[in-house]
Write a protein that binds this ligand. Structure first.
Ligand code: BG6
Length: 491
């Protein structure tokens, strides 16, 4: 396991301290970093919210949250006490400039790294940043962390970025896409740029196409209001899937410096072929789940999850075919799909190599399958390269595909940290490599927006698919029309 180096002493102010994200993700992530002694003894986490809670109340709530969201084997009472002792709480309505900001000001140490984590609704990012500034809390060592979604479309994303940018300089702004903090996603950089074999094959001469699948079994999980306004294109494709596409498609950066990596990702986003209105019908499929079953258990349809009889045109599934218009990727389609209430939770990238140009083997000697590289992000993180091998035994020459398989859980026998652990520590370190720069977010919106507009202009609605299936059958047609199939034998 890599040696753990403590980060600089910090004060982390979490706005929205009693909300779901804080309790489910941020406090558990900080607990693990504290338990593993990555936080200096002086570092503090200051919860800020409107409820009357006090330090003790916040500590009690945090301890409850840890019980719910940390593996029991990892919760030892001494570590929990040590963690809770660093928690403080201020009652503050951060949307109000004339609220009592003095309590927070008094708590903050003048010379430490200051992290302002906005675990709030995105429409509050602008007002909260302005109030932080009016309260004169911004120092040279301050950073602000914003959760996605940054905006709802390009103009609103620009507005959020403008407002936040009036208070913080771009290097101080950390826009989280938690997929970038996932171990296997970071491993994509290692796979491509720390091994000489792949990069030489990473182009249209050798690669036939790429598939990116992010499938979820969950439905709305109490977020009906947000989700029905967003849909999966905004919620998942604009950020997570496009970031994965960028890491697969980008040119080697000249260094690992944050802006060099982000420059290359930005070039990919800008090279994506823009969607024309007529592409909506041929290059995209949107779906909405109806009632069905997952793991043998019945689940309601989308409208029942929303609690309405009114029709909704929000998509809970999308599949699309994208094109990166560069020399490297000419004629290599990127098929993307993601959806709620699919048969299993799995995120993977499949790089499918071209078929043999010529075979010396008899046609009937094999279940022919071109080589493919499967990068599994979750669950069972790992990398598998499928190669053709001879079946053992004397019974003639038979070939079948076999996997060269690295499963990280068995290869490393260690706990896989949650994405937030890495991202929070990078924020304190001031390393924005795994965060989205303003121009990346806006370029992603610029690509997604014409799809939304084209859908809005069409008479048809999302196609229905029963919960527990792989989306509408049209998504199978989308790829099979090109003589290809979705990879579904998830191992
Ligand atoms: C979030 C989306 O960004 O990612 C959710 O808003 C989605 O709708 C979640 O469920 C998926 O994240 P993960 O890490 O569970 O794949």
């Amino acid at each position: 396991m890599a040696k753990i180096i403590p980060v600089a002493t910090f004060d982390c102010v979490v706005f929205g301290a009693t909300g779901d994200l804080t309790l489910r993700k941020l406090l558990p992530a900080l607990y693990y970093r504290c338990r593993d002694r990555q936080l200096t003894p002086e570092s503090r986490i200051i919860g800020a919210a409107r409820s009357e809670l006090g330090d003790d109340g916040f500590r009690r709530r945090a301890a409850e949250a840890l019980k719910d969201h940390v593996a029991p084997a990892d919760l030892d009472p001494a570590s929990v006490d040590r963690f809770c002792a660093r928690l403080h709480y201020v009652r503050l309505d951060a949307t109000q400039p004339d609220a009592d900001w003095d309590g927070l000001r008094r708590l903050l140490h003048p010379d430490r790294v200051r992290v302002f984590y906005l675990a709030t609704s995105p429409d509050l990012y602008g007002p909260i940043c302005r109030n932080i500034s009016l309260a004169e809390l911004v120092t040279a060592e301050s950073r602000v962390v914003l959760e996605k979604p940054i905006g709802h479309d390009l103009p609103s994303a620009r507005a959020v970025n403008d407002h936040v940018g009036e208070v913080f300089q771009e290097p101080q702004i950390f826009r989280i896409d938690h997929y970038l903090g996932k171990e296997t996603v970071q491993n994509l950089l290692a796979l491509r740029f720390a091994n000489s074999i792949f990069e030489r094959l990473w182009n249209t001469d050798v690669i036939d196409h790429v598939q990116i699948t992010v499938a979820e079994t969950v439905g709305l999980e109490g977020r009906a209001g947000y989700f029905d306004r967003a849909g999966v294109l905004r919620d998942m494709v604009q950020n997570h899937l496009l970031q994965l596409l960028c890491l697969i498609a980008m040119e080697p950066p000249v260094s690992l410096e944050a802006d060099r990596v982000r420059d290359e990702k930005l070039k990919v986003l800008r090279a994506l072929r823009p969607f024309e209105p007529h592409d909506a019908a041929t290059l995209t499929v949107r779906g909405q789940y109806t009632q069905g079953a997952i793991d043998g258990k019945p689940v309601p349809g989308y409208l029942a999850d929303l609690g309405t009889d009114e029709p909704s045109t929000t998509e809970t599934f999308v599949a699309l075919k994208a094109e990166v218009r560069t020399w490297r990727w000419a004629n290599v389609p990127f098929y993307l799909r993601t959806g709620k209430r699919l048969p299993k939770k799995v995120s993977e990238i499949v790089v499918q190599f071209r078929a043999l140009p010529f075979s010396i083997f008899p046609e009937d000697s094999a279940e022919w399958q071109p080589n493919r590289l499967i990068i599994r992000l979750q669950p069972e993180e790992g990398i598998r390269l499928d190669v053709m091998t001879k079946d053992p035994g004397p019974g003639g020459l038979r070939l079948s595909p076999t996997g060269l398989d690295i499963r990280f859980a068995t290869a490393f026998n260690t706990r896989f940290p949650d994405a937030y652990e890495r991202l929070l520590m990078d924020t304190v370190r001031g390393n924005p490599t795994l965060f989205m720069r303003r121009d990346e977010v806006e370029a992603a919106w610029a690509w997604v927006e014409p799809i939304l507009e084209a859908w809005a202009g069409r008479p048809d609605h999302p196609r229905s698919y029963p919960a527990g299936t792989w989306g509408p059958t049209a998504s199978i047609a989308l790829i099979e029309r090109d003589g290809r199939t979705w990879h579904e034998d998830v191992v």
